[in-house]
Design a protein around this ligand. Structure first.
Ligand code: PLP
Length: 447
């Protein structure tokens, strides 16, 4: 409507006057106003509709404005908006029960946070108190959140300005077959060498000093590089061998994104802790949390846990989680995501890779895919340098938006990460938009 469009333009002006944005040089920004959203679509202030192939920041796993979740939030708001964390509350108790039911093994105790970064902070704090050790191992290229410790365990250069030299974070090279740090020729070799490297790091850092290893089960922001067979199992074995708490960070990969409730299920592995956020309630109200094993729980059975949040287990967020999880189950969204990965995204993206010389590799599972773009398939020179953008990538993203798609783009990659309940028709429509726009990227290929 005209009122929505006027509101969108006003939002833009006020944003530019007063809103400070994440990760950005403020005056280089040109934010798109979103005035409306429904299912897999969003509308901008000019009334243009976009197919949301980003799920925002890969969090709207059930799409936008799911009616059952909107109704549950409204009902909870009418009944009881907020209670302090020390009280028991039906929405929180039921959300914890459902999450405990979905997580593997004995991860049956849930500490709720406001989002992913604070889930990571608390998971590490628990691991340190549980082990009496301090160091934390994490992978280069990983992303674990923007708060102090979470950004320090993050494995990209964004941690550098935040590093006070005392975080206890130690980084290792992850398995990443396409850009192997170990010169591996096969996935099997990558697994073997990456695990050998990890064990060397553990031994050289001193196992008696290492509280936790935190790893994204499928690294998300850094490029959805699905670990090669045996890697996650190996990580589980090494952490168990050296008494290190294994924290699987499933903030992005969890809650159905990869076609399983949790990505660790692809390898039948049970970590000691799972951190979650995003898809737990699709971000309709901020929520994250830590699911912990019985052993971790027992550390705090008689001794106080030194940590907490005013909004831990906020009723509106938890009611949204209960409704979102229930809708995902009733509507078979996880199975649907897995089938789309098997039958649509996988085969179509691989076929696209045949057609487009700019595609270096496609990889993923469920509704969690990356297209890695290169200037040269032989040298694998990326279409934008790691940590940066490039005119070529900006041109491609511009073309996708012009064609009515909201893409998730990061450096030299386009991620295909739509809501899990996207129809096959919309999934194919989005892929067709990418297919067409890739002609632009192909034109920049040098051989
Ligand atoms: N961990 C992973 C794997 C993530 O992908 C993210 C966010 O993208 C986070 C942690 C941080 O979550 P939040 O932004 O909710 O703090």
């Amino acid at each position: 409507t005209d009122a929505q469009l006027a509101a969108g333009r006003r939002a833009y002006e006020l944003d530019r006057a007063h809103v400070f944005h994440s990760w950005s040089a403020q005056e280089t920004l040109d934010p798109m106003s979103i005035v409306k959203a429904e299912g897999v679509h969003v509308w901008d202030a000019d009334g243009k509709r976009y197919l949301d192939f980003s799920s925002q920041l890969v969090n709207t796993n059930i799409g936008h404005q799911h009616p059952k979740v909107v109704a549950a939030i409204a009902a909870q708001a009418a009944e009881l908006c907020t209670v302090a964390p020390q009280h028991a509350n039906a929405a929180r108790s039921e959300a914890a029960r459902l999450i405990a039911e979905l997580t593997p093994g004995d991860l049956n105790r849930i500490f709720f946070t406001n989002g992913g970064a604070d889930a990571v902070e608390h998971a590490i704090r628990m691991a340190r108190l549980h082990t009496g050790r301090r160091k934390v191992l994490s992978a280069y290229r990983s992303y674990h959140g923007g708060t102090h410790l979470a950004i320090n365990v993050t494995g990209d250069a964004r941690r550098v300005p935040n590093d006070d030299g005392d975080s206890g974070a130690v980084h290792f090279f992850p398995a990443y077959p396409y850009r192997s740090y170990f010169d591996s020729a096969t996935p099997e070799e990558e697994t073997e060498r990456a695990l050998k490297h990890l064990e060397d790091v553990i031994v050289l850092e001193g196992p008696a000093n290492i509280a936790a290893l935190i790893l994204e089960s499928i690294p998300g922001t850094a490029g959805i590089y699905v670990p090669p067979p045996g890697y996650i199992e190996g990580v589980r074995e090494l952490t168990a061998k050296y008494g290190i708490v294994y924290i699987a960070d499933e903030v992005m990969a969890g809650f159905g994104r990869s076609g399983k409730w949790f990505a660790v299920e692809h390898w039948n592995v049970t970590p000691d802790i799972i951190t979650f956020a995003k898809g737990v309630n699709s971000g309709y109200v901020p929520l994250g949390g830590v699911a912990m094993s019985e052993a971790i729980y027992q550390t705090f059975a008689q001794r106080p846990y030194p940590g907490g949040l005013t909004y831990s287990g906020h009723p509106l967020a938890c009611a949204a989680a209960v409704a979102a999880i229930t809708a995902m189950r009733e509507e078979g969204m996880i199975e649907h995501a897995a089938a789309l990965g098997e039958n649509v995204f996988g085969p179509e993206l691989r076929a696209m890779a045949e057609r487009h010389p700019s595609i270096g590799e496609v990889r993923g599972a469920g509704c969690f895919w990356a297209i890695e773009l290169v200037k040269n398939r032989e040298t694998r020179e990326p279409m934008a340098a790691y940590g940066g953008s490039s005119p070529e990538m900006n041109e491609l993203v511009g073309a996708l938006k012009a064609a009515g798609m909201l893409p998730f783009a990061n450096y030299n990659r386009i991620h295909v990460v739509p809501p899990l309940n996207i129809s096959e028709e919309d999934a194919r429509r989005g892929l067709a938009i990418i297919d067409e726009a890739l002609a632009l990227a192909d034109a920049h290929v040098v051989s």
